[in-house]
Design a binder for this molecule. Structure first.
Ligand code: ADP
Length: 276
């Protein structure tokens, strides 16, 4: 049987833990044919590891979209888009592609950097991406921004934010509490427009988790492409990324990526799912 085709519209992380590298590795691990339309290239200062983002010319981006769309993706994922123009174009590209599923990872900052890439981008995501999203995968910070609720600190806050984000048009919302919620477990909140579910695992090491968010959204995309329902897909994606985080490794004194292949190569981790 032909592989389902998954397309990521994202930036390149040269260190390859996050960005389109994480997406392609995850797509491959989960038996889909991964493709990429690159928005920008992120490099690191080797002395400080501060990130430098080099956008690609817009016409080069356009030509990649045309190529990828002609191949016919079954599912499309977005990662770091960077500008309002690209955000708008990514939403249009999903529609033009005729793909069945659209996973929006509303990346607002590079991990380790605190500055929001561009505040206007949040409004553009609300306008151009959320109404088309099958699943949107904000972390706590991004959910607070998309819902305009500021800092979220509890499952109750997450429920309120998920409702607002769903009202913006996203069919399914998963807010990643992850390490940011500051609990003994890693809690994510899933909302299908009707019911809320809390997904949890043990909290694993927190030092070497570069790329966790991208890997989670890419896994969701691949599982949808291969036929899981959105609820099944986010639960399976959390299991996939849990293994990846547990086996994250130190790359240098600044960063350690997740192990994108740990789920297939090392171990499966159980996810606790509770209606809340
Ligand atoms: P982002 O990279 O977008 O900030 P996160 O790293 O918060 O995303 O979350 C990605 C996924 O990994 C979520 O399911 C989150 O709950 C999970 N996660 C993050 N950190 C840990 C950890 N230390 N142990 C277990 N799960 C984690």
């Amino acid at each position: 049987m032909a592989l389902k085709k998954t397309l990521t519209i994202a930036g390149s992380d040269t260190s390859a833990g996050a960005g389109m590298q994480a997406d392609l590795k995850t797509f491959q691990e989960l038996d889909t044919y991964g493709m990429v339309a690159l928005t920008s290239i992120v490099t690191m200062d080797t002395k400080t590891w501060s990130h430098d983002v080099t956008p690609l010319p817009f016409d080069v981006f356009e030509k990649q979209l045309a190529t990828a769309i002609s191949i016919g993706p079954d599912a499309v994922k977005t990662g770091m888009l960077g500008t309002e123009e690209i955000i708008k174009r990514a939403g249009e590209a999903f529609v033009e592609s005729g793909a069945d599923y659209f996973v929006v990872d509303p990346v607002m900052v590079c991990k380790g950097e605190n500055e929001v890439l561009n505040p206007g981008n949040t409004d553009a995501m609300i306008k151009y991406l959320l109404p088309k999203a099958t699943v949107v995968t904000p972390n706590l910070f991004e959910a607070g921004q998309l819902a305009n609720l500021g800092t979220l600190t509890s499952i109750e806050d997450m429920k309120e934010a998920a409702k607002i984000i769903h009202d913006h048009g996203a069919q399914h919302v998963i807010i990643k509490g992850g390490k940011a919620l500051d609990q003994d477990k890693s809690y994510d909140l899933y909302f299908d427009g009707d019911k809320f579910y809390q997904l949890s695992t043990d909290m694993f090491q927190q030092s070497y988790n570069h790329g966790a968010g991208c890997t989670f959204a890419a896994a969701t995309t691949a599982y949808l492409a291969n036929g899981k329902s959105p609820r099944e897909a986010v639960i399976a994606a959390k299991a996939f990324v849990a293994s990846a985080i547990k086996h994250g490794w130190k790359m240098n004194e600044f960063v350690g990526p997740v192990d994108h292949g740990a789920y297939n190569r090392i171990e499966h981790i159980d996810i606790d799912v509770t209606e809340v």
